[in-house]
Design a protein around this ligand. Structure first.
Ligand code: GUN
Length: 324
């Protein structure tokens, strides 16, 4: 029997389940400590301090929290953290000029443009303005290509975090059947590429997939990256599968909370206090009774994204200093 809760974050459900709970928060803390150690070693041997710049256009509250936590996390591991916030009506030329400045700034090794961008700004050309060697989100076509060609490059942080979590939890990937639900450029597609690189047999499902539950039930490792609360239920999971939930959805209605977390006083309490609670794409309560291992939301994959961004920034810094 396992219990979640405590260190996993305030929203996290406390329940009895047979599944092993994969504690992303603990693994992320371990990775951050390792990065801090490696940054200290870099500085001690005469290297330059790595720097990460986050660019946010607009005032989306969630995005503000994300860029703030990225800056804080960089500073905590001894990196330079910079945040540039531009008003939501900023013209494209101004965003381009800022990215050009950061591209040319030797103190900055990693640049990320927080998504989503306001409607008037075209995402692809802006993301592609970041130099590939500073593209710590791994969104530039050159890095996307490197991932699929098994070449050195920078891979997106969230799916890289999933691989790291599986490795560090002792879950074998090679030779196993992995099913990814979702084909976004940020998670689904790079997740498939990374699992393939780890020698899994990979299937990618999406909105047109026929008989989604049957395809998902073939998975030894099921990764949900759909963006809809609780759409992956027990009918999608084979007994003994490993289930990784990349979703981050907010429930704002009590009936939903009661449906997904029946009898869960802790969840209900969080919901009453905040007016919402965070859930993944997986119906955790029901799936946890069937899976061998499962990531909770919050406290699963989420914390690994920032940790892997730091890993990428350190890698970019070392390469830019001719060290790797
Ligand atoms: N918005 C949601 N996820 C991400 C991410 O991984 N990187 C950036 N830059 N923006 C995001």
């Amino acid at each position: 029997m396992s219990r979640t809760g405590g260190s996993l974050g305030d929203d996290t459900t406390v329940l009895e389940t047979t599944a092993r709970i994969l504690d992303g928060k603990a693994v992320a803390a371990e990775i951050r400590a390792e990065v801090a150690q490696r940054v200290a070693e870099l500085l001690a041997t005469g290297g330059r301090r790595p720097g990460l710049a986050a660019v946010l256009v607009g005032d989306d509250p969630a995005s503000k929290v994300y860029v703030g936590s990225k800056k804080r996390a960089s500073e905590e591991v001894g990196m330079l953290g910079r945040v540039e916030i531009l008003p939501s009506d900023t013209p494209r030329e101004r965003v381009d000029a800022l990215l050009d400045e950061l591209n040319g700034d030797d103190a900055i090794d990693g640049i990320l443009v927080q998504l989503p961008l306001p409607e008037h700004l075209p995402e692809r050309p802006i993301v592609e303005r970041v130099l590939p060697e500073k593209d710590v989100d791994g969104f530039h076509p050159l890095n996307v290509g490197s991932l699929w060609l098994d070449q050195r490059g920078l891979a997106p942080a969230t799916p890289s975090g999933v691989i790291e979590l599986l490795h560090r939890s002792g879950i074998e990937i090679a030779g196993r059947r992995a099913v990814v639900v979702g084909r976004s450029a940020i998670v689904g597609k790079p997740m498939a590429g990374l699992l393939l690189r780890e020698h899994a047999t990979v299937t990618v499902c999406h909105s047109r997939t026929r008989d989604l539950p049957a395809v998902c039930r073939e998975a030894d490792i099921l990764v949900a990256a759909v963006g809809r609360a609780g759409v992956i239920g027990p009918e999608h999971v084979r007994e003994g599968a490993v289930v990784v939930d990349v979703g981050m959805n907010r429930l704002t209605e009590r009936a939903q909370v009661d449906h997904f977390f029946p009898g869960d006083a802790h969840r209900r309490d969080v919901f009453e206090r905040r007016g919402s609670t965070l859930v993944g794409d997986v119906d955790f309560t029901r799936v946890a009774r069937k899976a061998a291992a499962i990531t909770p939301v919050p406290g699963g994959v989420g914390p690994l994204t920032v940790a892997m961004l730091l890993v990428n920034t350190l890698a970019a810094a070392r390469r830019r200093q001719g060290l790797d």
